[in-house]
Write a protein that binds this ligand. Structure first.
Ligand code: TRP
Length: 352
């Protein structure tokens, strides 16, 4: 039986928020604790973060520990998962360089995530080459660890597709060497694309709830969330569809939360039906959402504080994790060298 291996990661450009949590972190912790995986690698993608932050190295540097703390806070366990820093594994860069030969410029240009990011960053006229190549570097990250499963947010789907193409191309040109990965997305639709508290998809400071937010900040953010703009009076029928408060409830609430915080309703369907009919005020729904979020996020915040008080241990586990990750990546790179026939000094046949 071949091994089941997870590789995934995040760019350290800021603290992680509840969108990261429901979109992927929660799933990673669940998979970690399922005991079904032989190896789990969680990568802080600083080199990728630098592809569009070349002029802000300090921002990337500062967020390495923030992201590591967010990981540990969510329940990623250094005993079970290897947490490491991308740039500390230079083998990834070498793999990227070889994979670049297997991808065309027009193929990267068609990658929907790259397209969207180019627009968002106003890169149209001047795209940094490194940024343009990051999907290829992401394929190096995934294949270096022979990952079979990549739990990520839905926005990363085109990256996994591009990675699979590189794997197929590599294997057909150089012989069966690389492992074909599968994306793992959460089942719950609402978890795929959680909007900011203003209902917009782009996350900026102030429009999202961070895993490290204090209870009071969470409450303030929830109470200021956008809802249905036409739901002016309590008696008015309200719209559930596209309403950020209900999207968050879809993503976070469970029947137990109703029993505990809002026993006059059995479940979310009943609450939604009342809101649609009219007679249910936004404040009541928001207070419920606040209770739900506080229940989910309090243990995460506590665990984060615990690790914050042991910051040297966090630093050490990143160092040890990066060393271990490097060994794995080096072994794949060795196989790649061999497949590509660039193992000159290991191959005495070259002399014949
Ligand atoms: N692109 C991911 C993000 O935006 C980070 C990342 C880099 C990644 N390499 C990866 C995710 C490999 C999964 C697998 O956060």
């Amino acid at each position: 039986m071949s091994k089941k291996i997870i590789l995934t990661g995040d760019r350290p450009t800021g603290r992680l928020h509840v969108g990261h949590y429901v979109g992927s972190l929660k799933e990673r912790v669940r998979l970690q604790n399922s005991g079904q995986f032989d190896e789990i690698y969680i990568m802080i993608a600083d080199a990728q973060a630098l592809t569009d932050n070349a002029e802000h190295p300090e921002k990337v540097r500062q967020n390495i520990l923030q992201v590591a703390l967010d990981y540990l806070a969510c329940g990623l366990d250094p005993e079970k998962a290897t947490i490491f820093i991308q740039s500390m594994v230079p083998e990834l860069t070498e793999l990227t360089f070889y994979y670049m030969n297997l991808v065309t410029v027009s193929r990267v240009q068609r990658n929907p995530t790259v397209k969207a990011e180019i627009q968002m960053r106003n890169f149209e006229a001047s795209i940094p080459v490194g940024f343009f190549c990051y999907p290829i570097s992401q394929a190096a990250d995934i294949t270096a660890f022979r990952a079979t499963a990549v739990p990520v947010g839905e926005d990363q789907m085109p990256m996994i597709e591009q990675c699979k193409e590189i794997v197929h191309k590599f294997n057909s040109v150089y012989g069966e060497t690389l492992t074909d990965p599968k994306i793992v997305l959460p089942d719950n639709q609402a978890c795929l694309r959680l909007p900011g508290i203003d209902g917009k998809m782009s996350k900026s400071l102030g429009n999202c709830i961070y895993l490290s937010d204090e209870a009071d900040d969470i409450r303030k953010k929830v109470m200021s969330m956008f809802t249905d703009p036409n739901h002016l009076r309590v008696e008015d029928p309200g719209q559930v569809e596209g309403n950020p408060v209900f999207i968050y409830l879809d993503a976070f609430s469970r029947p137990e939360h109703f029993a505990e915080f809002l026993p006059e309703y059995q479940n979310l369907d009943e609450l939604k039906a009342h809101y649609s009919r009219g007679g249910l005020g936004d404040v009541k729904v928001k207070k419920f959402l606040n209770n739900v979020l506080q229940a989910e996020l309090a243990p995460i915040r506590e665990r984060r504080k615990m690790w914050e008080s042991r910051i040297e241990d966090v630093y050490d586990l990143l160092r040890v994790g990066s060393e271990k990750a490097r060994e794995t990546a080096a072994s794949t790179l060795h196989d790649v060298h061999h497949a590509m026939k660039i193992d000159y000094f290991d191959d005495s046949n070259l002399l014949k």
